[in-house]
Design a protein. Sequence first.
Lengths: 226, 100
Amino acid sequence: MRQIPHGTSLRTGEAWAIAFTYFTVAITVSLVHSTAGTPTWVIVAATLIVNSATATLAFAAVTAAGGSVAAGVAGGWLTSTRFGVLAAALAPRLWPQRWKRALAAFSAFDPNIALANREEKDEDVRRVYVAMSLWLVLPWWLGASIGALIGDLVSDPKALGMDAMFPALFIAIIRPQLITQNARLIAVSGAVVALGLVEVLQGGLPFLVAALPALLALRNREDRKG
Amino acid sequence: MLTWGVVVVLAVGVYGQRALGMALINPKLMGDRSRQVLAMVPLSILCAVTALQTFSSRGELVLDARVAGIAAASLLAWKRAPMFLIVVVAAAVTAGVRLL
């Protein structure tokens, strides 16, 4: 990996935690697809080029529940809209060159954007984003490929508690940001909005609405620590 | 079941959204207030994702073993435990509760 200089908030431990989580979850995602009858090489290709488990799993869920292929694709697109919003949130801190941002867009995920976004200097944002994208995407691809090939070995991912890994990782990433009153308010509001809307709105729409509490950043100009 | 065609269509749509997000923003035209708000968007969305992955399943609110795992993870995160430990303990506690 790249050397992360002192002074940035990124530590090697965080990189390994992300790599481990995405590697493990990728295996289970592949398992879901292979039990749904998807051929091994299609699973590997889906991981590489769609690069979003949210989208492929939503497709699988909709079609498994009897939905049409078109409904499945729509579900997949809808659930991954949050990556576009996250990309937009980080964009002003990334490179001015369009082609570099277009390249960076491919690996817009939750944890690498959240970690990069924590940095104060734009150059650190870019370095952390590139480093974390690699630490996320490479284990993700590796795990998905292994899962597609030997998925049968992990008979029941839920019995191993694997479905708790993503939210746990995200809590660990969120925690250092909760030092201001505004940040805490935004965090709680985002969670409450999503929980309130999950049974009302389809697919990824609750996540889009859950971006709105970020407007609370304007609440008071001096954001006191508390 | 995924097919090659579905994979390509999904990939185009998902990448399109990500690229659109990057392209829509012109850093030179952004004021301080917009930057302040955008800087908080990942926090808000991550909390939403965390909440739904803890308390919901397939579009319905659910209370199950994950809640115990995430409670343990939150406690460790509050004590600033290493991230790796937080993830492993969350999975272990969730698995443990399911065994009961």
